[in-house]
Design a protein around this ligand. Structure first.
Ligand code: HEM
Length: 352
């Protein structure tokens, strides 16, 4: 028995009932009706055609959908993305913070580490906007943004702040502007911490302790295959769609499922097995059945930060001999914004 088979047999992943049902009943199905006006699609060629047939509407975008009733224009989106990319590059090229304990409950522990690494010097009113608890309800997040924007704070960015906070501070003229700028900070800062910590928690659950010859890049790619945090992509009904497949009616929305395509037995060998080494011979950027970051047309513009940050965390975890506690055999994957295991206990393994 291989090492990954041993890990899988010992650990049971309990999906929320909706996802469990989908995996049980729809695995291998390419196109299926979900309800009166939604068609599910897992066929990679059709997904390619659907996503290629038109650009996403602004309200379909995960990051830059309208904020507080205002559209986010391209220049503004580019500015915040550049700012946070510079923060990530600076963090990864600087000395790694020492004396940080990454053991404990994941993804929480990873989230706290990333928040401190990237946004640690930012004023508290900024950092609270990355809090995991704000994910529970949009109303809570809106209240936090409103509160953070009440006081003007300093208009001059201080040198220790993240580039993202500095951009936010200088952009804010009055309360309305400040509220919008704080909302934009959250739109970008929160998914970095949430997305990367979810991705690494998933990787730990699926495969740790990792084989010595598994590269961090391949561990990340394989984790994104089996537990893609963006497990579905919605496109609302459009005239282009019925022309591509007669099973899609003119009023049907389409829900595209990376989760199902990534586990389709017609497309992958041993689809449920965590095998980072499969990526030795596959090209993640040009694999038609693999799209954890969306379609080539409008691929995730955060992926160049997400992947290196996940690799950085895995580096630390592996060098500190951390792994999923041998006492934990069950983990839950709730129905939430990002697909991922909710509580994984990570502890130090004995070094021989
Ligand atoms: C694990 C974390 C993440 C995953 C799995 C992910 C996945 C995706 C996917 C699947 C899409 C395509 C969506 C569609 O076509 O409807 C997308 C688009 C996009 N992502 Fe990500 N993403 C992650 C984190 C981030 C982060 C941290 C940022 C920015 C800091 C970001 C910025 C974007 C942008 C700008 C787009 C284009 C659509 C838009 O403007 O919102 N992503 N992402």
């Amino acid at each position: 028995m291989s090492r990954s088979e041993t890990v899988e047999r010992a650990r049971v992943t309990v999906f929320s009932s909706k996802i469990e049902e989908l995996l049980r009943d729809r695995r291998g199905a390419k196109v299926f009706r979900l309800d009166a006006d939604t068609v599910g699609v897992a066929d990679p060629d059709l997904i390619d055609n659907l996503l290629g047939s038109r650009r996403a509407h602004e309200f379909e975008r995960p990051t830059f959908k309208p904020l507080q009733g205002r559209s986010i224009d391209r220049a503004e989106a580019a500015d915040v993305l550049h700012a946070v990319s510079r923060d990530v590059r600076a963090a990864l090229s600087g000395p790694a913070p020492d004396a940080v304990d990454l053991s404990g409950i994941w993804p929480r522990a990873g989230h706290a580490y990333l928040r401190d690494l990237l946004f640690g010097p930012d004023p508290l009113r900024f950092r609270v906007l990355t809090d995991r608890r704000l994910e529970r309800t949009p109303a809570l997040a809106r209240a936090a943004i409103r509160t953070s924007a009440v006081l003007p704070g300093k208009r001059d960015p201080d040198a220790s702040m993240s580039q993202l906070a500095a951009l936010t501070v200088t952009a804010a003229e009055d309360h309305g502007d400040r509220r919008y700028a704080m909302g934009l900070y959250r739109r970008v800062a929160a998914p970095v911490c949430l997305g990367v910590s979810a991705l690494v928690a998933n990787a730990l659950w699926l495969g740790s302790p990792f084989g010595a010859d598994a590269s961090n890049r391949h561990i990340v790619l394989e984790s994104l295959r089996l537990l893609p945090p963006s497990w579905n992509i919605l496109r609302v009904a459009s005239p282009e769609f019925p022309a591509l497949d007669s099973r899609i009616g003119p009023n049907d929305d389409v829900l595209l499922f990376p989760l199902l395509t990534h586990r389709d037995p017609d497309l992958w060998d041993d689809p449920d097995e965590f095998r980072p080494e499969r990526w030795n011979d596959l090209d993640a950027d040009n694999h038609s059945a693999y799209f954890p970051f969306g379609h080539a047309n409008e691929r995730c513009r955060g992926r160049h930060m997400i992947v290196p940050l996940a690799e950085h965390l895995l580096d630390r975890i592996r060098s500190e001999h951390l792994a999923v506690s041998p006492h934990q055999t069950i983990a839950k994957v709730p129905l939430a914004g990002l697909l991922g295991v909710s509580r994984v206990r990570v502890s130090r393994t004995r070094v021989t």
